[in-house]
Design a protein around this ligand. Structure first.
Ligand SMILES: [Ca+2]
Length: 194
């Protein structure tokens, strides 16, 4: 015997929940990206502070991006690192998701480090991303400061790796989920009574 079809979640609920959260004075459910020029759409390192390796530096914004026409290409000889950094408008005590896309060309003798507030929080030496295809990386960090510095450092003496679409967004506060859940429950109850 066939069971009755379960009612599906209606997409129209989502905007109303976001509106309710906004009315309640909570952060919007979709947080803003804090990174300036994270996809290098300007064709250069506008918004970033560049630090070149003292020897063997080779860092550029070049054609061949994941998002848009450009990406940042690390291809210095090492062992010194080229770096790009910017200070983000973070709030101390808030958790953030750092994400980016990486294209790895050539095997070995390369390294990618990511520093958050001066501490290395991501270390791939060698770079582990699959070869010749863009892959997505994300991880969470906590801000200890109002204004956290995010820095990507790298070299690749065999070939190159490219970084694109760097994004940092606040992880939604648990309260936002709790409110959304409570509103959903209230709506379900009101439907049941109707
Ligand atoms: Ca891009």
């Amino acid at each position: 015997m066939l069971s009755p079809a379960r009612p599906s979640l209606r997409p129209s609920r989502l905007p109303s929940l976001a509106a309710a959260a906004a009315v309640a004075g909570l952060a919007p459910l979709a947080s803003a990206d804090l990174v300036t020029n994270g996809s290098f759409q300007t064709g250069d390192f506008s918004g970033w502070t560049v630090t070149n390796a003292p020897v063997g530096s080779n860092l550029s914004v070049a054609a061949g991006g994941y998002l848009g026409p450009f990406a940042a290409y690390f291809q210095g000889t090492g062992p010194g690192y080229d770096g790009i950094a910017q200070t983000l408008a973070t709030s101390a005590g808030t958790e953030y998701t750092v994400s980016f896309w990486i294209l790895n060309n050539g095997v070995g003798d390369d390294s990618l480090l990511i520093d958050w507030e001066g501490a290395t929080v991501f270390n791939q030496s060698p770079v582990e991303a699959p070869l010749e295809s863009w892959s997505f990386v994300s991880f969470n960090v906590s801000a200890g400061l109002n204004g956290s510095e995010l820095r990507f450092r790298g070299f690749d003496s065999i070939s190159s790796f490219a970084i694109d679409d760097i994004s940092v967004v606040a992880v939604p506060a648990p309260g936002a989920f709790a409110l959304a859940g409570a509103l959903g429950l209230a709506r379900r109850r009101s439907r049941r009574r109707a």
